[in-house]
Design a protein around this ligand. Structure first.
Ligand code: CAA
Length: 376
């Protein structure tokens, strides 16, 4: 693995870092109050950030997967909410259409997704099927040239805001994973109902909603792949998605380390900076080591994906380790800040609230261990 970045990748890092500091930092307060960053996403679209790994012929920036990961990394250091919006949009909405869609589907949806005209979402989880994704109950019944979908989905990131949804439903529950199909669904399809907006512990700038489908008629031509291929499509795209979430967690962990280090150098107690007290210095050393290890796992998985190689195990390892690192680093950062860290005057309490969900969505840490152990 090449551990250095190309000139092009470094340019991407600098561009996104500058963008995040200039455009996103001033908007954090609004997002913390629940405002969705529409304007930021529009500007990201103008800069090509909504379609980084998408080929030019479909309106993308035609850069490699690692460049896309660099963008999520830099965005998430400033706002984990913007990080997850981009990750879900690209990894598990645009990507499945690009890899499993027909030429007509790609022409119809990908250029609009890649330019940010459309926002994407992914609908797998249901009220009674989370980790056991194959037990989903949403039914799809073929009627003429349409499928009629009935069911409900929960915890849908970008839900309600997104224009295009990859929806998983079963055409034959007796077939288990082999009975699942994937559909491209447009917001506004009759029977597509946006439900409750979840009040979350963190990620306040990202929208998470329930969706209900009531006799929702989806044209048969909007099926992604064939009947029975949906579960494999979901799993294959979660490999990619999990690298994105691992990267989001890496951004939170690194931001926690940087904030704690800066504060420890300026805060004096017992006549010297607390960074010079061994108790704090060792804490920072452990945080820095974990962040570095997390970075290597993330960029290793991204490198495999960039080269078109299988990365299921590496993606799960990156997600498992990095998300734990984010929770630990944010917790330790608050400890370094002491009482101030527990207040809204500093960003570390936000990092702490944003970090936890990374151990839950796109497969809990326990699911990542199942995936990893299956490969051993
Ligand atoms: N790539 C391609 N195919 C895969 C695959 C992969 N990574 N993983 C499994 N498959 C295939 C298998 O080969 C198998 O096919 P065959 O029967 O032809 O061999 C089929 O899929 C079924 O696989 P399993 O038997 O392993 O399926 P399972 O029912 O035991 O489930 C699981 C496996 C890993 C536990 C899976 O259910 C899982 O990942 N659960 C977690 C769900 C999840 O991550 N949800 C996230 C929701 S999205 C989200 O959170 C987005 C957001 O808001 C941020």
């Amino acid at each position: 693995m090449n551990l250095t970045f190309t000139e092009e990748q470094e340019m991407m890092r600098k561009m996104v870092r500058d963008f995040a500091e200039k455009e996103i930092t001033p908007f954090i307060k609004n997002m913390e109050k629940g405002e969705f960053p529409r304007g930021i996403l529009r500007k990201m679209g103008e800069l090509g950030l909504m379609g980084i790994p998408v080929p030019e012929e479909y309106g993308g920036a035609a850069m490699d997967f690692t460049s896309y990961i660099i963008a999520i990394h830099e965005l998430s250091k400033v706002s984990a909410a913007v990080g997850v919006i981009l990750s879900v949009h690209t990894s598990v909405c645009t990507n499945p259409i690009l890899y499993f869609g027909t030429e007509e589907q790609k022409q119809k949806y990908v250029p609009k997704l890649a330019s940010g005209v459309y926002l994407g979402a992914f609908c797998l989880t249901e009220p009674s099927s989370g980790s056991d994704a194959a037990s989903l109950k949403t039914r799809a019944v073929k009627k003429g040239d349409h499928y009629v979908l009935n069911g409900s989905k929960v915890f849908i990131t970008n839900g309600g805001e997104a224009d295009v949804y990859i929806v998983f439903a079963t055409t034959d529950p007796s077939l288990g994973t082999k009975g699942i199909a994937a559909f491209i669904v447009e917001k506004g399809t009759p029977g597509f109902i946006v439900g409750k907006d979840e009040k979350k512990m963190g990620l306040h700038g990202s929208r998470t909603v329930q969706l209900t489908f009531e006799d929702m008629h989806v044209p048969a031509e909007n099926m992604l792949g064939k009947e029975g291929e949906g579960f494999r499509i979901a799993m294959a795209n979660l490999d990619v998605g999990r690298i994105g979430i691992a990267t989001q967690a890496l951004g939170i962990a690194e931001a926690s380390l940087e904030a704690a280090t800066a504060y420890a150098k300026e805060r004096h107690q017992f006549g010297k900076p607390i960074a010079a007290q061994q108790g704090i210095a060792f804490k920072l050393a452990d945080m820095a080591t974990s962040v570095e290890a997390a970075k290597l796992l993330v960029y290793r998985a991204a490198d495999l994906r960039s080269k078109g190689l299988k990365c299921t195990q590496e993606a799960s390892m990156a997600k498992l380790f990095t998300t734990r690192t984010a929770v630990e680093a944010a917790t330790e950062a608050i400890q370094v800040f002491g009482g101030y860290g527990y207040t809204e005057h500093y960003p570390v309490e936000r990092y702490f609230r944003d970090a936890k969900v990374t151990e839950i969505y796109e497969g809990t840490s326990e699911i990542q261990r199942i995936v990893i152990s299956k490969h051993l």
